[in-house]
Design a protein around this ligand. Structure first.
Ligand code: ADP
Ligand code: MG
Length: 238
């Protein structure tokens, strides 16, 4: 789905992402794991054309020339959910579909379908983000990301700000949704438990580099570098 060759991002003198090669296969769930500041969000932002990168990034075999045209095929949940506070949940979810000229019946049918999928009660769609719990906000953010039925889901720490019970519940629901929809998923987290829970491939990052990529159990069993062992041990310790 994505092929990156030497993709890199610098801000002033900070190299947020060192030249990176990465292939994300169609239907794959890729977890970007690593400590704060390791470049996870920056890499995700490259995949949706929001970071100014060098190098070559191909989507379905072709270089991306027009990110605006591609964006409806990419569902994105930014860190902290990023809902517009002045719009209701419904307003947030339907924003793009409205701009694309969907008619009311189509929008309403899709809303009903998605509320069921993410297990959000219909009456909560009339609330503003500030009137929803953290878990409900993330469910709305997922609905917004899924509204246009994208090919890819890009999720930046969708579970981080939640209490443990809400987090486990939403994690289970997300895993079911990924399996049911068969989307290509790239998900950022700093939690080893989430990498293990979602399975698939994990890319462990540090200082803008992917240090090791593979099944999480293989990283635990055979760390490529002392940092990998240290990060994984620290994550197990607490
Ligand atoms: P992570 O998501 O793993 O916590 P980020 O990708 O957000 O890490 O950041 C990687 C590095 O790039 C950090 O050192 C961060 O401070 C820097 N950085 C990220 N975004 C910007 C920006 N817009 N301007 C300047 N520096 C940035
Ligand atoms: Mg981040």
């Amino acid at each position: 789905m994505f092929e990156l060759e030497g993709v890199a991002v610098s801000y002033d003198k900070v190299e947020a992402l060192a030249p990176t090669d990465l292939v994300i296969a169609e239907g794959e769930t890729l977890v970007l794991l690593g400590p704060s500041g390791s470049g996870k969000s920056t890499l995700l932002r490259c995949l949706i054309g929001l970071a100014r990168y060098r190098g070559s990034l191909r989507f379905r075999g072709a270089p991306v020339s027009d990110w605006r045209a591609l964006r409806p095929r990419l569902g994105y949940v930014i860190q902290e959910g990023g809902l517009f506070p002045h719009l209701t949940a419904r307003g947030n979810v339907v924003l793009m579909a409205g701009e694309l000229g969907w008619d009311r019946p189509r929008i309403d049918a899709r809303l009903t379908e998605l509320a069921e999928l993410v297990d959000l009660a219909a009456d909560q769609l009339d609330r503003f983000p500030g009137e929803l719990s953290g878990g409900q906000r993330q469910r709305v953010a997922m609905m917004r990301a899924l509204m246009l039925d994208p090919d890819v889901l890009l999720l930046d720490e969708p579970l981080s700000a939640l209490d443990p019970i809400t987090r486990v519940r939403l994690a289970g629901d997300l895993r079911d949704i990924f399996a049911r929809l068969g989307k290509t998923v790239a998900m950022v987290t700093h939690a080893l438990g989430e990498a293990r829970f979602f399975g698939g491939t994990t890319a462990l990052m540090r200082d803008g580099h992917i240090i090791q990529k593979g099944a999480i159990d293989d990283l635990v069993r055979d760390p490529a570098d002392p940092f990998v062992a240290e990060f994984l041990a620290a994550e197990e310790a607490l």
